[in-house]
Design a protein around this ligand. Structure first.
Ligand code: DGJ
Length: 724
């Protein structure tokens, strides 16, 4: 049977083996002789007729040891003799905390299975959902936990899925950071014990991102087996990476069990988020390319009303007012910026913070979503009309889940914020978090956004979120149920976005959270793009963008060109350098362009036009991180190749050169070796003997030499290659 003719999901009744095949990947698990669901294989695609005998629990290692612990269960309840991370831990009404999940039944779904597990005695059912992408081999997993007991149960820990790898030497890759310093790639040898990657902050967080990649052996960008995963959840989350006593590896991820407690009344169920997992034999680069394409094809919102296959378009080039005006927005000031933005060839003008309520500083106004009558005496319409007349569409900043104590909303509804009754309420950026889990708060937030979008011709909302949770009480509920806030808040956020998308299908959203604090596959089902960091320094961005692209596609990676010297690092860089740094993602302009001279305007206009021509290749192609800027590298380079290999774009950056050292020859990747490609500089030049046209084999084997004068501090060059 050919790979494409083989069904995605097959079940062998006699061996009780479940098998999922997609792309170059197979995933196999089975019901073992004890009745548990046991993982058997995850990796490169197996032959269609390859056979697995029925699963047997793993052997015990010592007389006091437990095979519950060494058997890689697909979804282990905490009970029997389990000492490793459970997927599910519950307390029953009578105090029993033993949960042993055995296979009960299953159904085959269009691209996978729903497998039902049940406790050996009690009516707690868990349905595991498996859905394999037939092309890319990415497996989506989640669980539905249902209480059919006569009494409530409390869920203390619920994972979306657990992934397993056999004993071996591995490198763990994960992303961490801080405000203005997100997207640091960490690479460390996986050692015995548990490694927690998590957020306890109520949302995804700047500090860690719910993505992992585990590589066989040492880190390698282009070679070697990589297993990776990403959790689709924008609330507190945890991924536990565990190397057990026999060196086998397990990755368990879902709701963060810290301070968790979800009461399920009889008949109720809890859905976990989805946890996506994939495999590549081509190193971290191969893994991220698969994930990028999957995100574009299956996660990001498709254009509504334009058919199922209306994949996301490259993002409009935007102008954003934040760094130019901060909160001092006025009708005249925004129009002055919009006129210059239109002259540059910008597609979308976005007014940032400051247009509403009594918002003069970050001490007031959040929650009061009426147009400030002093700043905009005639409402938003004159500005929006002007932006349209200039040939751009209009976007607006909002921060819907927040409230300043100095606001009419808070004065009217002080009980609407997350808080513990009678206790102090910690402020961050002078604001409190509205408890979006409350139905009245949800209705208020949906109501004002719906009104804003109904009354104004708005194409885009930048949805910001500028603090973490504290004192997460929800005193409308009985004390033992308040912790439901960790689930219901995020569900309501998704619900509001889904409803707004339905009612306003053309409106697009950006997920921003004081930079990149809310980027994950959960929010990306609703958000068309994200703001990766408040740090817009073009050199810092190179490393951040490098880290970002391990997990997320450049399609969503907004990158603005801002003023120099930069406000954060005081670093001066040329406009060309800043533009090329931002052109590696979805380009925006965030500088005070009213101050730009004719030469600056001409440079930006030229490079924006060049970007428009090749943007689809850059943001939706196969991305190769040719030279990483990490670890203090003085050079860096990226290359993207479009899906049919007819076009490629190369970016090269120098931090600083010493002792006359020039840029290393760049061996390109991913081209068709037999095709001829013409090289065109976008910025900078190739070495003088470089052929104007050469084969893909030449560019990949011989490579591209930069011109002799490509040296110094903060230099940038970009090229395109077009198949003849
Ligand atoms: C944080 C965002 O990341 C910035 O881009 C800007 O929108 C400010 N908030 C506005 O308060």
């Amino acid at each position: 049977m050919t790979a494409s003719a083989q069904p995605v999901a097959t079940f062998n009744q006699s061996t009780k083996i479940f098998r999922l095949d997609g792309g170059d990947v197979s995933y196999v698990f089975g019901v073992n002789s004890r009745g548990e669901l046991q993982q058997l294989y995850w990796g490169g695609r197996l032959g269609a007729n390859d056979h697995f005998p029925q699963a047997e629990p793993m052997r015990e290692w010592a007389s006091f040891d437990s095979s519950y612990t060494t058997t890689p269960q697909e979804y282990a309840g905490w009970g029997a003799g389990l000492f490793v991370e459970p997927a599910l831990k519950v307390t029953f009404a009578d105090g029993n905390r033993d949960l042993v999940l055995h296979y009960e039944s299953h159904v085959v779904t269009p691209d996978g299975f729903d497998v039902v597990l049940k406790d050996i005695q009690r009516a707690v059912f868990v349905t595991l959902h498996y859905s394999m992408d037939p092309k890319m081999g990415i497996l989506a997993r989640s669980a539905t936990i249902e209480n059919r007991e006569a009494q409530p149960i409390t869920i203390e820990q619920a994972a979306a899925a657990a992934w397993a790898l056999p004993a071996g030497n591995y490198t763990l890759n994960y992303l961490t950071g801080r405000w203005a310093g997100e997207w640091t790639l960490n690479q460390e040898t996986l050692r015995p014990g548990e490694r927690l990657i998590e957020s306890r902050r109520g949302s995804t967080s700047h500090q860690a991102n719910p993505w992992f990649a585990i590589e066989a052996g040492a880190p390698d960008e282009n070679h070697g087996e990589v297993w990776f995963g990403a959790l689709a959840w924008s609330g507190s989350w945890r991924i536990t990476v565990e190397k057990d006593q026999l060196d086998a590896v397990r990755v368990t991820g879902g709701f963060n069990p810290f301070d968790f407690g979800y009461v399920l009344h009889p008949g109720e169920s809890l859905e976990t988020p989805e946890f996506y997992g994939g495999y590549s034999p081509d190193g971290l680069g191969g893994a991220s390319r698969i994930l990028h394409h999957y995100e574009i094809a299956h996660i990001l919102p498709h254009r509504m009303g334009e058919g199922d296959n209306a994949a996301p378009r490259p993002r409009p080039v935007i102008y954003n007012s934040w760094e130019a005006t901060e909160m001092n927005v006025t009708e005249a000031g925004q129009i002055a910026l919009a006129e210059k933005a239109a002259a540059l060839g910008v597609d979308r003008f976005v007014m940032d913070d400051g247009w509403f309520g009594q918002r003069k500083t970050d001490h007031a106004g959040l929650g009061d979503w009426y147009v400030n009558p002093v700043k905009f005496p005639h409402g938003l319409k004159p500005l929006i009309d002007k932006v349209h007349a200039l040939g751009m569409d209009f976007g607006l900043w909002v921060e819907p889940e927040m409230v300043n104590p100095d606001s009419d909303l808070y004065r009217k509804h002080p009980d609407w914020v997350l808080n513990f009754s009678g206790r102090p309420r910690s402020e961050e950026r002078n604001q409190l978090v509205l408890n979006l889990a409350r139905p009245d708060v949800r209705a208020y937030v949906f109501g004002f956004l719906d009104k804003l979008l109904t009354e104004n011709d708005i194409a885009f909302l930048k949805w910001d979120y500028n603090r973490n949770w504290s004192e997460p009480g929800w005193d409308q509920l009985p004390p033992n149920e308040e912790k439901k806030v960790y689930v219901e808040f995020t569900r309501n956020l998704y619900g509001i976005l889904a409803e707004l998308k339905k009612r306003h299908p053309k409106v697009e959203f950006e997920s921003c959270s004081g930079g990149g604090g809310r980027v994950d596959l959960g929010i990306l089902k609703y958000a068309d793009e994200v703001w990766p960091s408040d740090n817009t320094d073009p050199f810092d961005r190179l490393t951040q963008q490098d880290g970002f692209t391990y997990a997320y596609t450049p399609q969503i990676m907004m990158a603005w060109v801002t003023d120099s010297p930069h406000w954060l690092n005081k670093r001066s860089t040329s406009l060309e350098y800043r533009l090329l740094s931002s052109m590696q993602g979805s380009l925006g302009i965030g500088a005070n362009i009213t101050k730009w001279n004719d030469e600056e305007m001409a440079t930006a206009k030229r490079l924006i036009a060049a970007y428009h021509q090749v943007q689809k290749t850059i943001v939706q192609g196969d991305e190769y991180r040719l030279i990483s800027p990490r670890n203090g590298s003085e050079f860096s380079a990226t290359q993207t190749v479009n899906r049919d290999k007819s076009q490629s774009v190369v970016f090269a950056f120098i931090h600083s050169t010493q002792e006359g050292r020039g840029f290393p020859r760049l061996k390109l990747m991913g081209l068709d070796p037999a095709a001829e490609y013409a090289l065109t500089p976008i910025e900078g030049n190739a070495a003088k003997d470089t052929p104007a046209t050469a084969s893909g084999a030449w560019w990949m084997n011989h490579g591209l030499d930069m011109s002799d004068d490509f040296r110094g501090d903060f230099q940038a060059a970009a090229f395109r290659l077009d198949r003849k």
